[in-house]
Write a protein that binds this ligand. Structure first.
Ligand code: ZN
Length: 411
């Protein structure tokens, strides 16, 4: 994507002082004369910022303003246990709210809506972001947080929630519960704003049908404000991203080279307005592509594709690199296969074995044929031989957190 003049101006401005302001960038750019960066080509030679760098800067080495200007912190947990702390100034908090409000408007929300927020509150950015954006819009917020299905449903029916904010797995759990209780007619939901974890078309269809809502994918990560830096529109063909706050690149995760628009790679984000913790070329580890051309909705904001996975999720099996999204798309296109599945990768007798558990409503006698069909389709799509196993609907675990569906048991 071509860097526009506004973005270039902001980036040059940030680079002119970032080494003095930020201990993080004093280190990352120690061998770079940042005053010489003038063009997009120059910019694309700058070193990346990795999650590791943010972790090494714990607790506040990432901040680029005096501590008295910080009004809030958020934190993302790492797998290693050392958290990453992201400081926000007053302007950062406001900007995030402005972007979030824009997301809600794109999804067609108004001040009349009742927004039911189920993502968690606390150090991570989810709940409070959903809440502040909705308040800026003038809607009424029910700040539930996750869990306690009983209470969720009570509030939802008594207060007539019109918008559900949730992860896809929690939305699925709630929709199943509502269906089971036969209380669909008491539910006033019309929209679902779903956190951008990877989810299959079939799961999306089920949630939309069971809840009777239109669904929107919202994108974000704690390191870059939080959720709300982009959202899908009603045409459901990608996520519009707020490019007046952020600059996007998609790179080859192996070589670090910027890829042409349309090609799938790792999303890299540079903040244009952030004060507390500006980030330059931050590697998100999310796999997506920049969608070329204009969206029929008429929005001028550029689009990325729905996130197809994480660079950390790429698994090598029998010499082939596979992405979880490949299982999503193949399974959701197979008649008789329901939305939940789990992939187990094991190593025995010198060979990798991939077992694919999927849920089905079919009776036992019809399952062998379906397993054979799944085997054939996965072989075509991914190029490896798997062991498909049909199980009953409800047999696989549901989670209120982001669900990992691929388990590599080889190490
Ligand atoms: Zn659009």
């Amino acid at each position: 994507m071509k860097m526009n003049d506004y973005q270039k101006e902001r980036i040059i401005g940030t680079l002119s002082t970032i080494k003095e302001k930020s201990p993080l960038y004093e280190r990352i750019f120690k061998d770079v004369d940042t005053s010489k960066i003038r063009t997009q080509e120059d910019f694309e030679k700058l070193p990346f910022t990795e999650k590791e760098d943010l972790r090494d800067a714990y607790p506040l080495g990432i901040k680029a303003v005096p501590e008295k200007d910080i009004v809030r912190i958020h934190s993302s947990s790492g797998t290693t246990g050392v958290p990453v702390i992201i400081p926000y100034t007053k302007k950062d908090v406001e900007d995030w709210g402005t972007m979030f409000e824009r997301c809600y408007r794109m999804a067609g929300l108004t001040a009349e809506d009742v927004v039911h927020v189920t993502p968690g509150y606390g150090l991570w950015t989810a709940g409070i972001g959903f809440q502040y954006g909705a308040e800026k819009l003038g809607a009424m917020v029910i700040p539930m947080g996750p869990g306690n299905t009983e209470k969720q449903i009570k509030m939802m029916t008594d207060l007539h929630s019109t918008v559900l904010c949730a992860t896809s797995s929690y939305a699925l759990l709630l929709s199943e519960e509502i269906k089971k209780r036969g209380i669909g007619s008491k539910i006033s939901l019309r929209k679902g704003i779903i956190g951008s974890e990877r989810w299959g078309d079939r799961m999306r269809e089920r949630i939309a049908n069971d809840l009777g809502v239109e669904l929107y994918d919202i994108y974000g990560l704690t390191e870059i404000y939080g959720p709300g830096i982009g959202i899908s529109c009603s045409y459901e063909n990608g996520i519009h991203m707020w490019d007046d706050y952020l600059y996007f690149e998609v790179i080859d995760p192996k070589t670090g080279k910027v890829l042409p628009d349309g090609q799938v790679g790792e999303l890299v984000i540079t903040t244009l307005q952030k004060e507390g913790a500006p980030l330059i070329r931050y590697r998100t580890r999310d796999l997506t592509r920049i969608i070329p051309g204009d969206c029929p909705c008429g929005s001028c904001y550029p689009r990325i594709g729905i996130i197809t996975g994480r660079t950390d999720d790429m698994v090598k099996v029998k010499g082939t690199i596979i992405f979880p999204a490949q299982f999503d798309s193949t399974l959701s296109a197979t008649e008789g296969v329901e939305s939940e599945y789990q992939v187990m990768i094991d190593h025995s007798e010198g060979k990798d074995m991939v077992t694919v558990f999927f849920e089905t409503k079919l009776q036992d006698d019809r399952r062998p044929a379906l397993e054979k069909e799944v085997l054939k389709r996965l072989k075509e799509a991914i190029g490896i031989t798997t062991v498909p196993k049909a199980v009953n609907v409800g047999d696989l675990p549901r989670s209120e957190k982001k669900t990992n569906r691929i388990f590599d048991n080889r190490h």
